[in-house]
Design a binder for this molecule. Sequence first.
Ligand code: XIL
Length: 327
Amino acid sequence: AARTGLTYGAEVPGFRFARDPAYRQAVAREAGMLVCGTEMKMEVVRPEPGKTDFAQADALVRFARSNGQRMRGHTLVWHEALPPWVRPLLARATAPQAEDFLRRWIETVAGRYRGQIASWDVVNEVLSQDGGGPEGLRESPWLTALGPGYVDLAFRILHEVDPKAAGCWNEDAVEQGVPWMEARRIRVLKRLEGMLARGVPIRRFGLQSHITSTVPIDQGQLRRFLREIGAMGLGIEITEFDIDDRAFPADVATRDRKVADLAKSYLEVVAAEPAVLNVMSWDLYDPDTWLNDHPYRKRPDGLPQRALPLDAQFKRKPLWHAMKAVF
Ligand code: XIL
């Protein structure tokens, strides 16, 4: 990947990182960039009022530094991963109080890692599914407390706290070839144009890229979307790539081949666009994929998903080789 100007990286879940040296070795060997799965989210960092816990995030940041790997930050503002004490606090806050809370949170986490995070997911999954809601934004305690301006505001605060970190809008369900996703792509482009016109310091758009086997890829639509974002002068990141194989047959050899083919049809478009900077997979080790715990993404036959580049023995799968071929 590095040879073609891309960085390949991976999400690292803290529980596995802490206990498994073979896993740490695989991460050191395969990835040029790391991101915490949950350890920089508010529910981990601020579990209780007056309590701040950076132990696991610090450990990964140190590891990345000692291996010459860069770090992404995930995620400052999200409607999920809020500790239980924060929802009621935001629900009764005045707008200035909520703004103050947001500012202090961003100072706490992005301030701690100032200068060490290449790009921060400033906001995550802000679009409503179907275009409903104020400015098409989904319901969120942040929206309730601050109104639709919370998105711009978060970017401005990050820019004050860590001007070197590229502010990224990370979004899901904008990758594949179905009409409702194409409609979301159009809404993304409109909002990006608006943000740039308002002078919002956004530098990246992130496609989560939880690719599902249940619907097709439309390479033409995808390419157009990536090019339009690139033409606005923004960088693009693939932030959470994996392949949900629930529509593929149980047989492992067949499944691995289909997973690799689907990945190839997505990543060959992605890798050809100069605006695309990194491709991060959401972990790299099959046994820990979040998909197995997901209410509808898990396989109906109960078998574990084969979503990621390395198998349970840390062996490189056909997906790994497809990624290598594309990069
Ligand atoms: C997931 C983590 O992988 C899980 O461990 C956690 O329980 C829930 O969150 N989109 C995102 C990520 O932006 O933050 C999510 O991560 C996966 C979907």
